[in-house]
Design a protein around this ligand. Structure first.
Ligand code: T46
Length: 136
């Protein structure tokens, strides 16, 4: 399946501040095998420029903001993450680019698989072909 969507997380707060819990099966639809985070991104930097074959991910800007460009080969959409109570769930063949990182941005990503370079498609034309092949 190929899709992406924004997921709202419930904020559990009291007079000490806020807390959000991410739990497999409740607000994240996959078993989490890996967590990585992107931070200290330099001004003007753009990242991503790839699609994944099988990986499922939940991306959360726990601090600051950044913008994803998501491309399913038919249409492109920009989604800005700027709130720790929202996650961007991405699965399947979606080409992604990330830009406009605020200097304080900490982007946490929960992933369904261990790191595997062979799951990446880093060539846009190859991505388009894979999408076409998937339809046949
Ligand atoms: C994605 C977007 C949202 C590892 O060794 N282990 C890891 O778990 C990851 C994620 C990366 N790396 C290495 C591979 C590269 O040498 O770290 C270096 C930077 O990775 P990359 O250029 O792929 O980073 P981004 O920001 O372009 O993409 C990352 C994820 O790789 C990708 O899966 O969907 O964030």
């Amino acid at each position: 399946m190929t899709s992406y969507k924004l997921v709202d997380f419930k904020t559990l707060g009291d007079d000490r501040g806020s807390l959000i819990a991410i739990e497999e099966g409740y607000n994240t639809p996959f078993a989490i095998k890996r967590v990585y985070y992107i931070f200290d991104t330099k001004k003007g930097v753009e990242r991503g420029f790839h699609a994944h074959i099988n990986l499922k991910q939940m991306c959360i800007a726990v601090k600051g903001s950044c913008t994803f460009i998501l491309d399913n080969s038919k249409k492109k959409e920009e989604i800005t993450l700027d709130n720790p109570n929202q996650g961007l769930f991405i699965e399947g063949l979606i080409w992604r680019e990330m830009k406009k990182f605020s200097p304080d941005c900490v982007l946490v990503v929960l992933a369904s698989e261990h790191y595997d370079e062979s799951d990446y498609i880093r060539d846009y034309q190859k991505f388009k072909k894979e999408v076409e092949n998937g339809k046949k």
